[in-house]
Write a protein that binds this ligand. Structure first.
Ligand SMILES: [Zn+2]
Length: 433
C-alpha cells in the first residue's frame, strides 16, 4: 500500500493543482513587484506589470532569472522579506564562482521540510524508522533539509552529517538505521567499505536510501541497491529554490514527482528561451510560488531534462521529471562534441567497473584530450599487462560508441582515487581557454 505524507496535496486532481498554481503565481508576482526592486526593473524592461499575469498561462511572459542574476544581486538584492522576518540562510558550495546565498522565513523552512517529508514517506519511511542523515550539515542544504523532513515524519533521526565512515557504519548497525540519506557517491563508498568488512546485504539493517545532490546513473542505482540490499530513491533540489525536495522519487522509481503546489516547472529551449511542448527535452526552469523570503521566478537550472504527466502507479498526480541528463554547466565540449560525465559513468558501470573514476580534460597543441582514469575492483586487479591492455581497449571502444569520440583510458589500482564524503570531484578540466 502506497503511503503519502500529504495525500490531499500529493494526489490532488490536475484541476486543483492548476488552481493552486494560478492563485499562488499571481500573488507571488505581486509580492516580488512590491518588494524586490531587482525584479520590478526586470519586469519593467519587458513592459510588464503584475496585471499582465492573470494565471499560470501567463508565466511565459516573465523574464528568466539566472545564476548570474543571483551573483549580481548578492547578498540581499533578491530578498523579498525584511531581514527581521528571515530566520536562516543556506548557501551553495561556491565551487564554480561566487556563492549563492538563499534566505528563509520560518514558513519557508516549514514548507521545505514538508517537501522532504514527502520524499521520505515515498521511500517507505514511517515513525517506526530510524533515519540516518549523512548529508553535510551547515550551509549545505542536504543535511538540514532531510533532517527536518525526517523529524516531520517522526523517524528517529541520526544527524551524523558527512564523513567519519567508520562511525557511520557503527551507527547504522548499532542503532539499526533503516533509511540512509546522503550523496549517491558516498552511499557507494559506504557500500564498498561494508563489503570490505565482509558484511552481506542481509547483515545491513538499511531498507531504503534517499540519494541526491549530484548526478548518478541507473547503473549506479543498481550497484548501490545490490551492495546495501536497499531500494535507492533519487531526490532533486537546488539551494536557490530551497534545497532537496523540489522533486522526489516514488515506489515506481521512474522519475521524480515535482512538488507542484510549491514549484511550477517548464522546459525551454536553452538557446532561444522558448517554452517547449510537453515531452520535449530541454532546460528545466522553476518558479517558486510559495517561497516568501527568496522567491525565484523562472529560474534557469541549467539541467537538461524532460517532464511527463503520464499516470504514475503510485497514485501521485504531480508531474514527473526524469533524472537530469546532465547539467548544461557540467557539459564538457571536447573537440566540438558535447560530453556529459554521466555518459562516461554509464559505460564504466556497464563494463563492470565501480563508480570510482576521474575525467581529465586537457589541451595539447590546440587539440582537446580526454583521459578517463578508472579504478579496477580488487577482483580485476592484476599485474598482467596484456590483460590490463585488453581491458583498457574494451573501455576505449565502449566510450567511442557512446560519445563518438576517442578517449584515453587508464586503469588504476583499487582505492587509488580519492573518495569524497560529499559531492565527488569527477572532472578536472585543465584547459586554459
Ligand atoms: Zn509516482
Amino acid at each position: 500500500m502506497e503511503r503519502y505524507y500529504q495525500p490531499e496535496i500529493e494526489c490532488a486532481s490536475r484541476e486543483q493543482i492548476k488552481a493552486w498554481q494560478d492563485e499562488r503565481l499571481v500573488k507571488q508576482v505581486r509580492h516580488v513587484w512590491d518588494n524586490v526592486p531587482y525584479y520590478r526593473k526586470k519586469m519593467e524592461e519587458k513592459g510588464l506589470t503584475p496585471d499582465d499575469i492573470k494565471s499560470s498561462d501567463d508565466l511565459y511572459k516573465l523574464p528568466f532569472v539566472t545564476k548570474a542574476d543571483l551573483r549580481e544581486a548578492y547578498p540581499y538584492g533578491l530578498v523579498a522579506k525584511p531581514l527581521k522576518d528571515c530566520v536562516r540562510i543556506q548557501s551553495t558550495s561556491g565551487t564554480t564562482g561566487k556563492r549563492v546565498v538563499a534566505f528563509y522565513t520560518q514558513h519557508d523552512i516549514d514548507l521545505w521540510e514538508d517537501c522532504c517529508a514527502r520524499a521520505i514517506v515515498a521511500a517507505g519511511g514511517t515513525n517506526e524508522d530510524v533515519c540516518q542523515v549523512s548529508y553535510g550539515y551547515g550551509l549545505f542544504t542536504g543535511g538540514p533539509g532531510l533532517n527536518g523532513g525526517s523529524h516531520k515524519v517522526g523517524c528517529l533521526t541520526i544527524p551524523t552529517s558527512s564523513g567519519n565512515t567508520e562511525r557511520q557504519i557503527m551507527f547504522i548497525r548499532d542503532l539499526s538505521a533503516t533509511i540512509l540519506c546522503c550523496t549517491p557517491s558516498y552511499a557507494a563508498y559506504l557500500g564498498e567499505t561494508m563489503k570490505e568488512m565482509s558484511l552481506t546485504p542481509d547483515q545491513i539493517p538499511l531498507k531504503a536510501g534517499i540519494f541526491g545532490a549530484e548526478a548518478w546513473s541507473e547503473e549506479m542505482r543498481q550497484d548501490i541497491q545490490n551492495t546495501l540490499g536497499i531500494k535507492a530513491y533519487d531526490i532533486y533540489g537546488l539551494t536557490e529554490l530551497s534545497g532537496p525536495g523540489v522533486s522526489f522519487e516514488c515506489s515506481a522509481q521512474s522519475g521524480m514527482h515535482i512538488n507542484e503546489d510549491h514549484f511550477i516547472a517548464e522546459i525551454i529551449d536553452p538557446d532561444t528561451g522558448e517554452v517547449l511542448p510537453e515531452g520535449s527535452k530541454g532546460e528545466l526552469v522553476f518558479t517558486s510560488i510559495t517561497k516568501e523570503a527568496f522567491p525565484l521566478l523562472r529560474y534557469r537550472t541549467r539541467d537538461i531534462c524532460m517532464l511527463t504527466r503520464e499516470k504514475c502507479s503510485c497514485g501521485r498526480t504531480h508531474v514527473k521529471m526524469c533524472k537530469p541528463m546532465g547539467r548544461s554547466d557540467d557539459m564538457l565540449i571536447i573537440r566540438g562534441v558535447n560530453v556529459f560525465p554521466s555518459q562516461i559513468e554509464t559505460v564504466l558501470l556497464n563494463h563492470g567497473y565501480p563508480a570510482n573514476y576521474q575525467i581529465i580534460v586537457d589541451r595539447v597543441r590546440s587539440t582537446d584530450t580526454l583521459d578517463v582514469q578508472v579504478e579496477m575492483t580488487p577482483e580485476m586487479f592484476t599485474d598482467n599487462l596484456g590483460e590490463i591492455d585488453r581491458r583498457q581497449k574494451d573501455l576505449v571502444d565502449g566510450l567511442r560508441s557512446m560519445l563518438g569520440l576517442a578517449a584515453k583510458v587508464t586503469l588504476v589500482a583499487p582505492k587509488s582515487i580519492v573518495r569524497s564524503e560529499g559531492k565527488a570531484v569527477r572532472v578536472i578540466d585543465k584547459r586554459k581557454i
